[in-house]
Design a protein around this ligand. Structure first.
Ligand code: ZN
Length: 401
């Protein structure tokens, strides 16, 4: 692995692609990780689990339970929505049953706005009574996603980031299934999903966290990335790879629909929270250091992916194993040719961006495309090829002499 990394670094140095890769942007990821605040995280957990007041439309209130049959479920939705709004994110929601509503904060990407990285957690809980704090399951995950939304609001990313809050997970992943089946039917470009469900319990203090993955789309690669992130940023968790990952939480809905996904959570198999689904599931039971580390791992993995313009994890991102287009010559002096390799492809469009991610020009055709780049300044450029409906097909990097 070390040799492989060195080789990639050498290539990057030769091609002067520094600004295009995540590998050299460690300082940004590092600064994002350093912004994770345990005080902020635990305050959100307290608010979601009834230990602290929340303000909803300016009125003080308390969320005593987030179970689907309790009014705290809707209060939690409103509370999180206001948080996302206060960080400047676009808000969206999806009503999928009488009382079931998923919530989304969206930060639109600067280069690839229709390609999404998603971090998510379910906000509903158990037991089905009027005082059910559900601090570990799953205020811990929901608070970590709010913390990600808080920190990511201060940066720009090439990809769109979605902060997702699922409802009715406890009834059988109903919210996340509704979202992913719609996304699959719609041809959405989801390049990776990170699920957070129970991050607070480490009863034996061994700092072991689970990393759930399956051999579906790029899920194994995403888990490997999380593992690299754990060492590169000295997060300090002992990661337990679970493959095939469990089906009992929201990452499974992504796998079922062929999307890249991982789950980060406390060790389900050997060190399970004994207060799970009971009225005693409170912040007082947390191992706070462990909780902070799990949150840092999730946020750093998301940041690492979000800053890597050449990121390709998901098989859904590569509908054909072979390349569909040839772009030549590279480097180029005057005319750049985009040649279709795949037969039967209809009209497609190409968009050119400079190294800073600024849009330069676009063309579309159902034949080959020639672009006159004589007047382009010397440097590295990105060519984004998509179907006429905007579905991404391929991304190429090339150099203007
Ligand atoms: Zn849960």
């Amino acid at each position: 692995m070390y040799m492989k990394l060195k080789f990639i670094f050498l290539l990057i140095a030769l091609l002067n692609l520094n600004a295009l890769t995540g590998w050299t942007q460690n300082s940004t990821v590092q600064s994002i990780v350093e912004k994770v605040e345990l005080d902020s995280l635990t305050f959100f957990v307290k608010q979601l689990s009834g230990e602290e007041k929340v303000f909803i439309n300016g009125v003080a209130d308390t969320i005593y339970s987030r179970h689907i049959d309790q009014d705290g479920n809707e209060k939690a939705f409103q509370f999180i929505k206001q948080k996302l709004f206060s960080y400047g994110h676009e808000i969206d929601s999806q009503q999928f049953s009488t009382n079931g509503k998923n919530l989304f904060g969206i930060k639109t990407g600067t280069v690839f706005p229709d390609r999404k990285l998603i971090i998510g957690a379910h906000y509903d809980n158990r037991p089905a009574i009027n005082i059910a704090p559900g601090a570990d399951d799953n205020a811990s995950g929901a608070a970590a996603v709010i913390e990600a939304a808080r920190i990511f609001s201060r940066y720009d990313f090439p990809f769109t980031i979605v902060f997702a809050f699922w409802d009715e997970e406890e009834q059988g992943l109903i919210g996340s299934k509704a979202y992913t089946s719609f996304a699959a039917a719609n041809g959405d470009s989801i390049i990776g999903y990170i699920n957070l469900d129970m991050l607070g319990w480490d009863g034996n203090e061994d700092f072991v966290a689970d990393l759930h993955t399956r051999p579906i789309a790029g899920s194994i690669q995403l888990a490997e990335k999380a593992s690299e992130v754990n060492s590169r940023y000295s997060v300090g968790l002992n990661l337990n790879f679970v493959n095939p990952g469990i089906g009992a939480t929201d990452h499974a809905a992504f796998w079922s629909n062929g999307f890249t996904a991982i789950g980060i959570n406390e060790e389900y198999s050997n060190d399970f929270n004994p207060f799970y689904h009971s009225p005693a599931d409170s912040l007082g039971q947390f191992n706070l250091q462990f909780y902070e580390k799990c949150t840092k791992l999730a946020i750093a993995t998301l940041a690492e992916c979000a800053l890597d313009r050449n990121l390709v994890l998901s098989a859904k991102e590569q509908p054909f194993a072979k390349e569909m287009f040839k772009v030549y010559p590279n480097p180029v002096g005057h005319y750049l040719t985009i040649k279709k390799v795949t037969q039967g492809l209809n009209e497609y469009e190409v968009k050119v961006y400079n190294e800073m991610g600024q849009f330069i020009q676009m063309s579309s055709s159902n034949e080959n495309i020639n672009i006159n780049v004589s007047s382009y300044p010397t440097g590295t450029y990105i060519l984004r090829i998509s179907s006429i409906k905007g579905h991404p097909l391929e991304t190429k990097t090339w150099i203007k002499l």
